[in-house]
Design a protein. Structure first.
Length: 309
């Protein structure tokens, strides 16, 4: 029996797979007419958390390739009455060609994938947001006209803010691809020790240059400055404390003046203008940021074609 390929983490993909999916997405984006590569295929979308870009882009991606997306309302599934993940995974994988899950706990999708006979894709958990990072990389490759991985590794990519799930995936992809990556933020919100150690261990083999800093001056020579909200879903009670901690790490004109002159700014959205990023920077960089959002569609399409075609 063929082993099921899941994407629960960036670490589930090799550097060749990451590059191939991104290049496929770029080709799909340029394609004027669909080849309907997912005709007859059906995916299920199970979301514990709110979603705009992920839910819509997965659904549209399937429709454009003549497949069918089913948005499964978590409140109407039997899991609300106590049905186990084991039973749910066993049944749904007999109906569907892939299951896309956005969950609070990463362990929930790991358990689901353990019992599913069809691919499971992480659409965001408390630990990682892998396909977001593929769309981010696609955007960087397009903007800087990158031709190969060697050229990509020459860029300095800086993530400013909380070491959240997006930052964790950036650490992971930097390690796998051998990128030049800086995670800049308060010491109290640095990545967990085990996650950093794993990235550094793998990054040593790929000659990645991964740095963690709380010094704003380290943003210098950055080609890409990336940020995300200070308060992720489920952290609302920490609002006051987080605002104080992250205030000096706001992506504003002063911070960007320290980076390279033609540096691009990316944000995975939704953004809170006036907090992690100023309204003026959002406005100046919106072509990059909304292109990044659009690229979710193409990455999701390319990923599903790779997994279930």
């Amino acid at each position: 029996m063929k082993k099921v390929k899941n994407i629960l983490s960036i670490y589930d993909l090799t550097s060749k797979e990451i590059w191939a999916i991104i290049q496929s997405a770029i080709k799909l984006k340029k394609q004027k007419k669909s080849k309907f590569q997912l005709k007859g295929k059906t995916i299920g979308l199970i979301f514990e958390k709110p979603s705009t870009r992920t839910m819509v882009s997965f659904s549209v991606a399937m429709c454009q390739e003549d497949g069918t997306p089913l948005v499964l309302d978590l409140k109407k599934l039997q899991t609300t009455r106590g049905e186990s993940i084991y039973d749910t995974a066993k049944v749904l994988s007999r109906y569907l060609d892939a299951i896309i899950i956005r969950a609070f706990k990463h362990s929930s999708i790991e358990e689901f994938a353990k019992y599913s006979s069809k691919p499971v894709i992480n659409a965001l958990t408390d630990l990682e947001h892998p396909l977001q990072i593929l769309a981010d990389l696609m955007t960087i490759i397009e903007k800087y006209k990158i031709k190969n991985l060697k050229e990509l590794c020459k860029l300095k990519i800086s993530f400013v803010g909380d070491a959240n799930n997006v930052a964790n995936s950036w650490l992971a992809v930097s390690a796998v691809l051998g990128l030049n990556f800086l995670l800049l933020g308060p010491n109290n919100y640095a990545p967990k020790k085990e996650l950093l150690e794993k990235a550094l261990r793998i990054g040593k083999k790929t000659k990645a240059n991964i740095n963690i800093s709380n010094d704003i001056e380290d943003i210098k020579r950055s080609d890409v400055v990336y940020t995300d909200v200070w308060i992720s879903m489920g952290e609302e009670k920490e609002s006051v404390e987080r605002h104080k901690a992250f205030l000096k790490y706001q992506v504003n004109d002063n911070l960007l003046s320290k980076a390279n002159k033609n540096c691009i700014v990316l944000h995975c959205l939704p953004a809170v203008r006036g907090e992690e990023i100023t309204a003026s920077v959002m406005q100046k960089q919106e072509d990059n940021i909304f292109e990044e959002a659009e690229n979710r569609l193409h990455i999701h399409k390319a990923t599903m074609i790779y997994l279930i075609k």
